[in-house]
Design a protein around this ligand. Structure first.
Ligand code: 5CA
Length: 437
C-alpha cells in the first residue's frame, strides 16, 4: 500500500476525551472514528487489524470442528419471550419495532436464535455433538460506554454454541473451547488467564472468563503467580483426545474475578497471590438445559426417550481485542503490534522522494516484498523525515525499512525493529530475505 494514496488520518494532538492509552492511540493512529457514544467506524488501518484478529479466531474455531455460519443482527422479540429473557434483559437491549409494529431487537447475543435453528433441524442424539459459531456485530445499550472499542455499545463478537446429548459430552465441548481459547490468545500475542467467573444474564453453573493483565482493565482480578509462567507453548494438542488434563493444569491454581473472589483462599496463598486489574477478552459458559428446556429443544436419546440438549456458549470480544492488544503492547511513541495481528508487517520509509535513487530502490523493495507475500506500507509522501518516523512509530508496524541517499551510496538500508528499537544496516538483498520469512 502506498501511503500517499491511502486513507490514514493520523492526529498529532492527543484527543482529550480519551482516558486510556489504547483509545487515544486508536484515534491518533487513524484506526477508528466515533459515530456516537460507544459506536465507531473502522477506518482502513483499524479495519485491517480487526480482520486479522477475526481470522485467527476463525482458524482456531475451525480447528476444533466448530462450524462457521452467520445469524442476523436483528431478531424477533418472540424468540426471547420464549426463553423469558425479553423482559429479563432490561434496558441494555435495544428494542425496535418494524413497520407492522412487530417487536424486534438488535441482538446482544444469540442463544435463542441458535436454539431455534437447532431445534428445527436436529432430532436425534446421533447427530450430536454440534459446535457452531458466527462472528457478528452485537448491540448492548451499556450504561457507561467508555474506553473506545473496549466497552462499546456496538461491538464485534465471536459467539459459539455447543449442543450435546449428555453432560459428559458437554464437558468435552467445553474443554475443546477452553483449550482453543488458550491457543487463540497465545497466537494473538497475549497472556490470557482463565478465571472462575460469574455467569450473569447468560446463566449456567460453570463459567470461565479469560483475562489479560492491564492496569486499565475494568475487572478486579486475583491469581496465583504460577499463571505468569504458564503457556501451551509447543504442546501438541489432540482435540479429539482427552483435554481434561490440560484444563486441569490451567484451573488447578487460584484465579478469580470480582464477585467470585474468595478472601479465605487468597489469604492462604500469601506471597503467591497477585492482585490487579484485567481486561475480559473471552467468556465461556456451560448452562445445561436452560435454553433447551424453555425453548423445547429436545432430541431422541439412545433408548428412544426425548432428552433436552445440554448447551454452552462461548464468546470472544473481537473488537475489544483490538484495544486490549494495544493496552498490552504500546510505548510512549505509539502502538507496537505483535506480528500476528499487525495491519502491515513492514513500513518502508523513503527519506527523499525526489531523489531518483531512493525512489528506485524503494520501488524495487516494495515490488519484491509484495511478490514474496509481505504486506508493506510504503511511505512515499513528500513529508519531512521526522513526520515519517513519528507516524511510523505511532502506527506500530513490526519492521521499518528506512531508505536514504547516504545509505544507498554504500548499498545499505536501515532495518528497525519497532519492538526493541534495535537498528541495523543491511544490504538490499538481505533485507528482502530477512523480511520474507
Ligand atoms: N453469549 C455469551 C457467550 S457467546 C456472551 O454474550 N458472553 S459475554 O457477555 O461475556 O460477551 C462475550 C465477550 O464479548 C466478552 O468476554 C467481551 O470480550 C466482549 N464484550 C462484551 N460486552 C462488550 C462491550 N460492551 N464492548 C466490547 N466487547 C464486549
Amino acid at each position: 500500500m502506498r501511503l500517499s494514496g491511502y486513507f490514514l488520518p493520523t492526529l498529532k494532538e492527543t484527543p482529550s476525551d480519551a482516558q486510556i492509552a489504547s483509545h487515544r492511540l486508536m484515534l491518533r493512529a487513524g484506526m477508528i472514528r466515533q459515530s456516537s457514544a460507544g459506536i465507531y467506524s473502522w477506518l482502513p488501518l483499524g479495519f485491517r487489524v480487526l480482520k486479522r484478529i477475526e481470522q485467527i479466531v476463525r482458524e482456531e474455531q475451525n480447528a476444533i470442528g466448530c462450524h462457521e455460519m452467520l445469524m442476523p443482527t436483528i431478531q424477533p422479540a418472540d424468540l426471547w419471550r420464549e426463553s423469558g429473557r425479553y423482559d429479563a434483559y432490561g434496558p441494555e437491549m435495544l428494542r425496535i419495532s418494524d413497520r407492522h409494529q412487530r417487536d424486534m431487537l438488535y441482538g446482544p447475543t444469540n442463544e435463542e436464535q441458535i436454539t431455534e435453528i437447532f431445534r428445527s433441524a436436529v432430532r436425534s442424539y446421533r447427530h450430536l455433538p454440534k459446535l457452531l459459531y458466527h462472528i457478528q456485530w452485537k448491540f448492548r445499550d451499556e450504561v457507561r460506554p467508555r474506553f473506545g472499542v473496549m466497552r462499546g455499545r456496538e461491538f464485534l463478537m465471536k459467539d459459539a454454541y455447543s449442543f450435546d446429548a449428555d453432560k459428559a459430552s458437554a464437558r468435552r465441548s467445553y474443554n475443546k473451547m477452553f483449550v482453543s481459547y488458550l491457543r487463540t490468545f497465545e497466537r494473538l500475542g497475549l497472556k490470557a488467564i482463565p478465571m472462575r467467573a460469574e455467569s450473569g444474564p447468560i446463566g449456567g453453573d460453570m463459567s470461565h472468563e479469560f483475562l489479560i493483565l492491564a492496569d486499565t482493565g475494568e475487572s478486579e482480578i486475583a491469581y496465583h503467580r504460577d499463571f505468569l509462567d504458564m503457556s501451551l507453548a509447543e504442546r501438541q494438542i489432540d482435540f479429539e483426545g482427552d483435554l481434561q488434563p490440560i484444563v486441569d493444569d490451567f484451573t488447578a491454581q487460584y484465579a478469580a474475578t470480582d464477585v467470585e473472589r474468595d478472601p479465605e483462599a487468597e489469604k492462604a496463598l500469601g506471597d503467591a497471590l497477585i492482585t490487579g486489574r484485567g481486561i475480559e477478552v473471552g467468556h465461556i459458559f456451560f448452562f445445561g438445559t436452560k435454553y433447551s428446556k424453555s425453548m423445547d429443544a429436545g432430541v431422541s436419546g439412545p433408548d428412544g426417550d426425548e432428552v433436552f440438549v445440554e448447551m454452552g456458549s462461548y464468546g470472544i470480544g473481537v473488537s475489544r481485542l483490538v484495544g486490549a492488544i494495544i493496552e498490552a503492547c504500546h510505548d510512549e511513541a505509539g502502538i507496537v503490534w505483535p506480528e500476528s495481528v499487525a495491519p502491515f508487517k513492514v513500513g518502508l520509509i523513503n527519506l527523499k522522494v525526489d531523489d531518483p535513487d531512493c525512489s528506485a530502490a524503494c520501488e524495487q523493495l516494495y515490488g519484491s516484498l509484495g511478490s514474496n507475500g509481505v504486506d508493506v506500507l510504503y511511505d512515499d509522501r513528500s513529508e519531512r523525515p521526522g513526520v515519517k518516523f513519528a507516524d511510523m512509530d505511532l502506527i506500530g508496524l513490526p519492521w521499518q525499512v528506512v531508505v536514504g541517499p547516504r545509505g544507498l551510496k554504500a548499498g545499505v538500508v536501515e532495518l528497525k525493529s519497532r519492538k526493541t528499537g534495535e537498528k541495523q544496516e543491511v544490504g538490499l538483498e538481505s533485507v528482502l530475505s530477512m523480511l520474507s520469512t
